[in-house]
Ligand binder design. Sequence first.
Ligand SMILES: Cc1cc2nc3c(=O)[nH]c(=O)nc-3n(C[C@H](O)[C@H](O)[C@H](O)COP(=O)(O)O)c2cc1C
Length: 326
Amino acid sequence: MKTRITELFGIQHPIIQGGMHYVGYAEMAAAVSNAGGLGIITALTQPTPADLAKEIERCHGMTDKPFGVNLTILPMFKAPPYEEYMRVIVEGGVKIVETAGRSPEGFMPTLKANGIKVIHKCTSVRHSLKAERIGCDAVSVDGFECAGHPGEDDVPGLILLARAAEELKIPYVASGGMGNARSLVAALALGADGINMGTRFIATVEAPVHENVKKALVEADELATRLIMRPLRNTERVLSNAAVEKIREIEKEKGASVSIEDIYPLVAGTQNRKVLHNGEMDAAAWSCGMVAGLIHDIPTCKDLVERIVREAEEIIRKEIMPKFGM
Ligand SMILES: Cc1cc2nc3c(=O)[nH]c(=O)nc-3n(C[C@H](O)[C@H](O)[C@H](O)COP(=O)(O)O)c2cc1C
């Protein structure tokens, strides 16, 4: 396939693995990049900028294909040293950065001066247009179905992507709910030049997470996710478990007066690791998308990426074209 996204990033298939906290290690990113997609390391998963520098180095050792680094700018108890993380990204020779959360405007001069392509993840058309205005090369348009932070507008991908097609000049990928060949075909029809997947890539052989997590994704259906932190206007889509139900109880009980301190032990990153790395499935909330309903196996990244592209072509040729008499 050749799209504006494959051309922009120098990749074979228009399939990106979005940054994922405690999942986006070098192993994950290299496996996706070696499969012909674009793998992404998550900067803030590394405790310090020096650790990120080592992780980037490790990834260079595992693939000679392009890979990116995600820098997520979200409200946090203690702001990480973003400038320092950015410095090691530049010095590590990374040529693609995925930004998410707040606008990357302040980083754009550094990114552009170093020839780095920027894809910003947005959950609305207005933020996508701003990304375009400040010089981002592409956007990842993340619908309400997505794992993690869907924003507060609750616009599903079907509308959001078609709206993006009406407004955007820069290329965009469809994100949120993407999991198989039908997703890719639909994304292309909605004007996107590729897809971004998070949850689906966790259920792969190479994903550096506990087997229990992969099994949970195969077992979960599309009804298994919940939204938490709505009252804090920092909504997160997560897989339902004991911790999540506890959070929802606290949120219901406290109503509008709920604060992050009330639920922090159940949403903190350190707790989150207990699920992803130790397989303690009820220990904390962890991001998961509705696309879990489309996950039925645990393939290698190569098999997954190649299957999506191959079957997408089959769908277009055998199911869609005949309907037009072609
Ligand atoms: C476990 C997990 C952790 C994530 N952490 C981050 C993160 O730190 N930064 C970020 O920008 N997106 C994060 N995401 C969101 C993904 O990059 C991607 O946008 C999202 O998963 C797309 O929706 P999907 O899961 O339906 O494919 C995370 C997703 C998951 C599943």
